[in-house]
Write a protein that binds this ligand. Structure first.
Ligand code: GLA
Length: 350
């Protein structure tokens, strides 16, 4: 008899703290109740997957994959594979000698929305391929697979949120030492996510350029989360703006976590809306569609604050509000969700 295995990895929404992970800063994400599920059985020699979200099927031989395997190199995977197949190959190569898998992928996560559909896919695949390591190793594996599959030099925000999520909680992550502390989300608060209508494409985006600017600024003035505002005068104006975003965002994350702990949603919301302004004006990763949506959301009664979530350049806005303030999030742009903070990635049956 063949054992059927089901694995699930949630997406994540970042409540506050964007473009801080790769700079050693702070973020406050939570895993969400939308995600990627893979169901099937382990096989000795090959991977065969179909998906409800993608056309065609992916079939890869493990011996060929491992023969091609090189140390992680950005964008190292054969780009004649469809994009989702590149993730499959990259995760399998990162897992090393594991088992193959035959099954079907289903997803409730929109792609290109800033809710980490690719990281959820990576983590679900690694569980399906029987990756045996502890949670932080699983998160790092997902990050390396992202670099390998598409060459995006992402930080660890998405993969840590997905692996370490706890129902009912956000997680305060300090990327300087990778410590993470659960923070309860009050029951009477709704987390509403609304799609701006603009698909986000990180591969061709200015994500890598923003990261390089932060690294350059840190070489000049030291780690950005601990830098002083006075240090900014040593940087040229555009670098100073990028650095100022990281510095001010880390302070806002700390304040937002404190405000959540004392059940002060008004302050959390204000900090979120300030975060959006910083991502728009200093980090310059917003779009007019995202700005308009934030304005629309914060004008609704019972909404405490709103901001773009994730990398920016399109995708979604997250708002926090009184329970029921936005009963039909889909009514705003056609795509929206009321999300609950969920548990992290797991094997459901084995
Ligand atoms: C993407 C990356 C993350 C993080 C966010 C911005 O989601 O994958 O590592 O940098 O953008 O906060």
């Amino acid at each position: 008899m063949i054992d059927t295995i089901t694995v699930h990895a949630p997406g994540r929404v970042n409540l506050i703290g964007d473009h801080t992970d790769y700079a050693g800063g702070l973020a406050l994400p939570c895993a969400i109740d939308l995600g990627v599920t893979i169901r099937g059985h382990r096989t000795p020699e090959f991977i065969a997957l179909t998906s409800d979200a993608e056309p065609g099927s992916i079939r890869l031989r493990l011996d060929e994959l491992f023969a091609q395997r090189e140390p992680t190199t950005s964008g190292a995977i054969d780009d004649t594979l469809p994009l989702w197949g590149r993730y499959v190959a990259a995760v399998a190569q990162e897992c090393g000698i594991g088992s193959g898998f035959e099954g079907r992928v289903t997803s409730t996560l929109p792609s290109g929305a800033g809710l980490s559909s690719s990281a959820a896919f990576e983590i679900a695949l690694a569980l399906a391929f029987d990756f045996p390591g502890p949670p932080m190793e699983l998160a790092r594996l997902g990050q390396r697979a992202e670099h390998r599959a598409v060459g995006v030099p992402c930080g660890l925000l998405d993969q840590m949120s997905i692996v370490l999520g706890t129902a009912g909680h956000a997680m305060l992550i300090d990327f300087a030492d990778l410590t993470h502390t659960p923070v309860t989300i009050p029951e009477d608060l709704d987390i509403v996510v609304v799609h701006s209508g603009q698909e986000r494409q990180l591969v061709d985006s200015k994500y890598a350029e923003r990261r390089a600017s932060c690294e350059l600024a840190a070489q000049r003035i030291g780690p950005l989360p601990g830098a002083a505002l006075d240090d900014l005068s040593d940087l040229d104006p555009s670098l100073a703006k990028r650095a100022r975003h990281v510095m001010s965002e880390c302070a806002r994350v700390r304040d937002a976590a404190d405000a959540l702990r004392r059940n002060d949603p008004i302050s959390v919301g204000r900090l979120m809306t300030e975060s959006h302004a910083s991502l728009r004006d200093d980090f310059e990763v917003s779009t007019s569609a995202l700005d308009d949506l934030v304005d629309r959301l914060v004008s609704i009664d019972g909404v405490f604050g709103a901001r773009l979530t994730g990398a920016g350049f399109g995708g979604c806005v997250v708002a926090i509000c009184e329970r029921g303030a936005i009963p039909e999030p889909t009514a705003l742009t056609g795509r929206g969700w009321i999300l609950r903070p969920a548990d992290g990635a797991r094997i459901i049956s084995d």
